[in-house]
Design a protein around this ligand. Sequence first.
Ligand code: GLN
Length: 289
Amino acid sequence: MRRDDNWGCPADYIPELARIDPAQFAIAVVTADGKLHTAGDADTPFSVQSVTKVFTLAIALGRSGDQLWQRVGREPSGLAFNSIVQLEREAGRPRNPFINAGAIVTTDEVLAGRAPRDALAEIVQFVRTAAGSDDIHINDAVAASENAHGHRNYALAHFLASFDNLRNPPEMTLGTYFHHCALEMSVRQLAQAGRFLMGVPGMPRLVSMARVRRLNALMLTCGHYDGSGDFAYRVGIPGKSGVGGGILAIVPGKAAIAVWSPGLNRYGNSRKGTEALAVLARKMNWSIF
Ligand code: GLN
């Protein structure tokens, strides 16, 4: 891995992320006994982007339960994270909560009946509680940068609204979505924030065990978009990626792992991050299969 000098390219459609040096790497692993192991730039905060979709889904399910599934599906999409074609064919019900259209719906659900500020406060608080750290913040410049260039996401949100699958004005839901995507965490914080997904005693208990399993199932089948099958094949555990180059991966009952390397592969998932997880999973014999 170290010998391969192809780091991939950082996300270029969010100007604030495009200028980040791709040649950075960090990893943190929390094991079931609570021990934390880190390597690389483990305290450098990065933009977690779509990794927050796991947390917003957990909150949306907590608020609405299974009713959420009337608005969004649970199937892999086989298409890019920001694709719009399926949404038209499937009458405005996104395939799953981890592609952008689906996460805009879960954000809309978390927002329903209150101000964006209050919804964001709940999301940030959830993540801080999960991570056991109050030093986790939203980077407003990244949110503004994405908002200024977010034509795709605006198109998706208006499309959802045209099918009556948005409860709030598109700008309001998207403002909330861009802000939670712009949360920044280090791999140390992100691995800690993933502890509740390990499903072992002694870890923060933020959702029921049944829900932990379901979140993991969705991460495995949908967490890497049209690269989900490849990730399952190469790594073999549930994971959720973000275009900031972060991945949160869970070894049920055993570990929560966060990796970060901002260069992306063709699916928009961290290139070195995926490779590192593949090596680690193989060496540790970590697989759900
Ligand atoms: N905020 C990003 C977007 O909407 C998140 C996408 C991602 O991380 N894959 O495009």
